[in-house]
Design a protein around this ligand. Structure first.
Ligand code: ZN
Length: 496
């Protein structure tokens, strides 16, 4: 038997080519349409979608079938056939169909010959080379041509009107532009289970409407008078990229188990459970941060993608901390309830970017990915950690700050005490002053200024005693002393 996989690689990077939310949403729709094998895409009239589905392509390749033993991974189509030439031709056509509509996507096909699918897992484990073929992100360059208005990474090939604006777009962005096929997909009778369609699924499950763009999402974060920790709370959003730790080792183990038993049943079951748990965690976090009196029937979250164990989602900036805590707490509970062996060894890390709503989505994703990597590295891939960057206040180059879920009680204590800084109405200014003194690079100057501040700013003495320890005035205030307090003050900038 010949087994083939057609997979889209670097999906996050492909989604993140866009500057705007419509581009990311359009890319999700297209990635779903072009790799769907559930039948949902086939159920949409061809005149509406204007593209061939995998099922339609396979119907012209007799002797090639979908492989039922392979894990259901979004963006990967698994095929099998007794004939190498036939499976090769089908895989190539599916890959070319993706490239036709999304030329910036990276597609790879991989073919192995084996007696059973489990034997291909063994070959993979033993690092035996497969017959791979790459279809890299390809964009034909014409010198002097106009760059694409949306992604700037390719040359424009046509003019398209998006939200009443005439844009010159490359072919990939043109495919993403809002059109009948997006609308029809949103109204499809069945809700696709694909991770590309996670936003649609959440909207249906929670019976809420879609937020139009980042501007509207940011506005939902506006705090009522008196609650506002700062003057404007309605123009910032936060993008969270969370991902499981310890999955690599778990799946190595499950693959060994499948090879030994000769079937992939348990492997498929566990990967499905992890995906479901992650989706439940996301839903719980969205639900717990909704504010019906302020949001009406709008869902104040934009889930961008749900992989097996990774999730990318944007929320109003003033709801990011409750959201992150709800997500992690739910995941911890869910995994401790899961019956399968190894569930207890999984943890999650997150990278969080807080920024103005106009900061391009591509830059948000890139920075969130970078922060996520730092959060994971800190605990060698085993622990509930998070790293964040408040772009407006801290710039775009990430520092080394990584905290863990266990740090919250300490942070809560510091936050509680820092609320007493300055007079009630000037709290925000007082915190900004403390922040800038804490950041003074020269330790002696810093220590001197903080001692002075402790005597003249209301609430500062108690806060410093708590943050640095009671005898802090006797020595210098080092970076080790200030890091927790700086973290707490950074969190407070967007804490409701
Ligand atoms: Zn483009």
């Amino acid at each position: 038997m010949f087994y083939a996989a057609v997979g889209i690689k670097q999906i996050q990077a492909h989604l993140a080519r866009s500057r705007h939310l419509w581009g990311r949403r359009g890319a999700s729709d297209m990635l779903f349409y072009l790799t769907d094998v559930s039948g949902v895409a086939d159920g949409i009239q061809r005149s509406d979608r204007n593209l061939w589905t995998v099922t339609e392509i396979l119907s012209t390749h007799p002797g090639v079938a979908l492989n039922p033993d392979a894990a259901d991974t979004d963006g990967v189509v698994q095929l099998m056939s007794a004939d190498r030439a036939k499976v090769e031709a089908a895989a190539r056509e599916i890959a070319i169909n993706v490239k036709l509509h999304l030329p910036a996507a990276t597609v790879e096909t991989s073919i192995r010959e084996a007696a059973t699918f489990v034997d291909t897992l063994r070959a993979e484990r033993d690092a035996q080379p497969a017959d791979n073929r790459a279809y890299p992100s390809s964009v034909i360059e014409f010198p002097l041509a106009h760059h694409c208005d949306e992604c700037s990474s390719a040359m424009a090939s046509g003019r398209i009107t998006v939200r009443e604006q005439q844009l010159r777009l490359c072919r990939d962005c043109a495919s993403r532009a809002p059109g009948p096929r997006n609308v029809t997909l949103q109204r499809a009778r069945e809700t696709p289970v694909s991770g590309f369609m996670v936003e649609q699924r959440m909207l249906r499950d929670l019976k809420l409407n879609q937020v139009e763009d980042f501007k509207q999402l940011a506005k939902l974060g506006r705090l009522p008078e008196g609650h506002a920790p700062r003057t404007s709370t309605d123009n910032h959003i936060a993008t969270i990229f969370a991902d499981g730790n310890g999955l690599g080792a778990l799946f190595d183990h499950l693959r060994e188990d499948a090879i030994e038993k000769g079937n992939t049943g348990h492997l498929l079951d566990v990967s499905k459970r992890i995906k479901n748990a992650t989706e439940d965690g996301l839903k719980a976090a969205i639900r717990s941060t909704l504010s019906p009196e302020r949001d009406g029937a709008i869902m104040a979250a934009i889930p961008h993608i749900l992989g097996g164990d990774d999730v990318l989602v944007s929320v109003p900036a003033t709801r990011v901390w409750p959201f992150l805590r709800a997500f992690m707490t739910t995941m911890k509970d869910k995994l401790s309830d899961e019956a399968f062996e190894g569930a207890g060894s999984i943890s999650f890390s997150a990278g969080v970017v807080i920024c103005h709503q106009a900061f391009p989505i591509g830059d948000q994703v890139e920075l969130a990915e970078n922060l996520l990597r730092r959060a994971k590295k800190q605990v060698y891939g085993d622990g509930w950690t998070f790293a964040w960057q408040d772009v407006t206040n801290e710039g775009t180059s990430p520092g080394d700050r990584v905290l863990a879920m266990e740090d919250w009680p300490r942070l809560d204590e510091l936050i509680h005490t820092a609320k007493n800084l300055g007079e009630e109405r000037k709290g925000n200014t007082a915190r900004a002053t403390v922040r800038s003194e804490l950041r003074i690079p020269d330790i002696e100057t810093r220590s001197l200024r903080l001692r002075h501040l402790a005597d003249r700013l209301g609430g500062a003495k108690d806060l410093f005693d708590l943050a640095f320890g009671n005898s802090w005035r006797e020595g210098n205030v080092t970076d080790a002393h200030t890091s927790d307090l700086l973290a707490a003050l950074s969190i407070m900038r967007w804490l409701a």
